[in-house]
Design a protein around this ligand. Structure first.
Ligand code: PEP
Ligand code: MG
Length: 385
């Protein structure tokens, strides 16, 4: 569910089920298939009753989404008045436009890779600046959170040849790659700083494991600022993605250097459970509701203790039934696929933070993701997918 192909399908609102096994390929061409992308259920050649049940569910879902869209432009407050930012994950200019029309409060994660993939050379500073300005314009004053280039591992670039790696997800990716190509990082940061002078921009570094990496990246940011000739733009916030367990456990040590933590549960889950996110044979293990992942989120939230903002930008944030759990763990920003914004805002409005905190405490001591789901279902009436 967190492979990049699944994220692309979710962004386009295409229902998708993964890891259904090789048996699906044996079904003859033209077979009617009913699927529920929310629950992961799949029925081949369904009888009329089954088909009806899926249709009724789909219709109820559509009605819920239409109702939610009517309130999507308003801020999301919990029942007890806690304001929660519901932002969008963006991977193109079209996504940024969709984010605004879907009611996003901000762009909480811009995957800047979209500018760098499928081409023969890296975009220069001017091209990047124009692209980031385009995103900022599309968001009409909403905050733009630009993640620096997150390639390597599963996302190789032809013009950045890297040595063969036996385990690319444990290799030179994210900030590790950027720090090994300082000029490229500096160019990207120059473009970010130029746009940050005119629009509310946050900058975040992916795949950070050590404070030294962040300090090195901040050094490159200083170089970029010196190059632009101006002081650090007043509105520029700096943060890290927390997606390596080591960073989560050391969150306290990062606090003095950042304005925010954005928890990338897609990678955090794969590294915590040692289950690669693109490998369907271990997809069941890579569950963001595993209590071990929740405990890491809790550590980040407790370490931040109100001093820096804590958000979640992994796919679990788009699952409205996981919202009480995340808010109960102290998360106050959710960044989700644009199409999920209306429903996630509605989910926030159902939450009572004190009750959610109790639910979260119980979930932390659960022994499995299934137990966590059962707890959420008994507390809210519907469980996370
Ligand atoms: C994540 O890892 O949770 C995340 C949001 O980043 P990406 O999916 O781009 O790796
Ligand atoms: Mg990630």
């Amino acid at each position: 569910p967190t492979a990049h192909s699944a994220i692309l399908a979710r962004t386009r609102g295409i229902p998708m089920v993964v890891a259904a096994g090789p048996g699906v390929l044996a079904e003859p061409e033209g077979t009617m298939v009913a699927l529920d992308g929310g629950t992961g259920e799949l029925a081949f050649d369904p009888d009329p009753d089954t088909l009806d049940r899926y249709r009724v569910r789909a219709e109820a879902r559509r009605r819920g989404e239409t109702a939610a869209r009517a309130n999507a432009g308003r801020p999301a407050r919990t029942r007890d008045g806690v304001l929660v930012e519901v932002a969008a994950n963006v991977g193109s200019l079209a996504d940024a436009r969709l984010a605004k029309s879907s009611g996003a409060d901000a762009a909480g994660l811009v995957r800047t890779e979209f500018l760098f993939l499928d081409r023969a050379e890296a975009p220069d500073v001017e091209e990047q600046e124009a692209a980031y300005r385009g995103l900022a314009d599309a968001l009409s004053g909403r905050r733009l959170t630009l993640r620096t280039l997150d390639v390597g591992g599963d996302k190789p670039l032809s013009y950045l040849p890297s040595a063969h790696e036996a385990n690319p997800f444990l290799g030179l990716r994210g900030i590790r790659m950027s720090l090994s190509r300082e000029e490229m990082l500096r160019d990207q940061l120059i473009a970010v700083c130029r746009v940050a002078a005119d629009a509310p921009v946050s900058l975040m570094f992916p795949m950070v494991s050590t404070v030294n990496e962040l300090v090195a990246a901040l050094g490159v940011l200083d170089d970029a600022l010196a190059h632009t000739g101006g002081p650090r733009p007043a509105g520029l916030q700096v943060g890290i993605m927390v997606e390596v367990p080591a960073a989560a456990l050391k969150a306290e040590a990062f606090v003095p250097y950042v304005d925010f933590f954005s928890i990338g549960t897609n990678d955090l889950t794969q590294y915590t459970l040692a289950a690669e996110r693109g490998n369907d044979t271990v997809a069941r293990l890579a569950d963001p509701l595993d209590p071990a992942v929740l405990r890491l989120i809790d550590v980040v939230s407790q370490s931040a203790s109100g001093r820096v903002d804590v958000g979640v930008c992994g796919e679990v944030a788009s699952d409205e039934s996981a919202v009480p759990l995340l808010l109960g763990l102290g998360v106050r920003k959710l960044s989700v696929v644009p199409t999920a914004i209306p429903m996630v805002k509605q989910a926030v409005r159902q939450v009572d933070v004190a009750a959610a905190a109790k639910l979260a405490r119980k979930a932390l001591t659960a022994s499995s993701a299934e137990e966590v789901r059962a707890l959420v279902t008994s507390a809210t009436g519907h469980g996370p997918a």
